[in-house]
Design a binder for this molecule. Structure first.
Ligand code: IPD
Ligand code: CA
Ligand code: CA
Length: 262
């Protein structure tokens, strides 16, 4: 079995566990990490399940896991066991598991599994972007006035920054979407369901897998790994249809600093 096939198997298994916990969420122990930021046994056990499986096959690899911390190596797996924990705990079936493989500081494989719909998104520097094994060929809008723009925000973001960004994009005629899972929003972008998204303040486990999927689908995407502290520091995440980038970067000038255009 190839490394990719193994990783796909592992994330699907983790997804079944997440789905089980979702269906039994009233029995979960929930802790508060910060304002509107929760973690439950589901997050911890799904991450532990993935790490146990991967480390058995790849004993020298490191891990950057949201719930279990950091173990750096030249090959590292970046894991978000449940992206969309608030949705998960409130009973909204919109959440995903993310898994990215970073080799010598470069993302080479990204997987995002939506266990409630049984959809697997895949990005690879050698095999491109796929959804349930089928190559993705997004058709994006080319004008903001016809676009859907994804906006995720955490409690870390100042409300004034968010409202200014929302007002600017709404004035352009675009419509906003906010599903509660940054990872699934990156998949929506890769699939051509939305045309751009930006969050100033995401973590590696929210972004690295999805940015690779978006880039391999043809989007302009920020490089989360450019800074040496990418494993711990929140960073901006941008993915946008190439034709929309000039218009969007006039409305949100802050995005000009987060991408290197060819
Ligand atoms: C959160 C989600 C959300 C984003 C937050 C993230 P979590 O991840 O991706 O959409 O707006 O910034 O922290 O906590 O559910 O894994
Ligand atoms: Ca997350
Ligand atoms: Ca999470």
């Amino acid at each position: 079995m190839s490394d990719t096939a193994f990783a796909i198997d592992a994330i699907r298994e983790a997804g079944q566990l997440a789905r089980y916990f979702f269906e039994h969420r009233d029995q979960l122990l929930v802790d508060r990490k910060g304002p509107q930021d929760y973690v439950s046994d589901a997050d911890r056990q799904v991450e532990a399940c993935l790490i146990a499986r991967l480390s058995k096959r790849f004993p020298d690899d490191g891990f950057v896991g949201e719930e279990s911390g950091l173990q750096a190596a030249s090959r590292e797996w970046v894991i978000d066991p449940i992206d969309g924990t608030t949705n998960f705990l409130r009973g909204i079936p919109v959440f995903a598991i993310t898994l990215a493989l970073v080799e010598d500081g470069r993302a080479v494989m990204g997987l995002i599994y939506d266990p409630m719909r049984d959809v697997l998104y895949e990005g690879s520097v050698t095999a491109g972007a796929r959804c349930n094994g089928i190559p993705i060929q997004p058709v994006w809008r080319s004008m903001l006035s016809e676009s859907l723009i994804g906006l995720c925000h955490s409690s870390r973001l100042h409300p004034d920054q968010l409202t200014a960004r929302i007002a600017a994009v709404l004035r352009s005629g675009a419509i906003l979407r906010q599903p509660g899972s940054a990872a699934l929003m990156l998949c929506d972008l890769a699939m051509g369901r939305i045309d751009g998204l930006y969050d100033a303040d995401l973590k590696a486990w929210d972004s690295v897998a999805g940015l690779l999927i978006a880039r391999e689908a043809g989007a302009i995407a920020s490089d989360f790994l450019a800074k040496p502290d990418w494993r711990t520091a929140p960073q901006p995440t941008l993915a946008v249809a190439p034709a929309l980038y000039p218009e969007l970067s006039l409305l949100w000038p802050e995005i000009q600093a987060v991408v290197c255009l060819p």
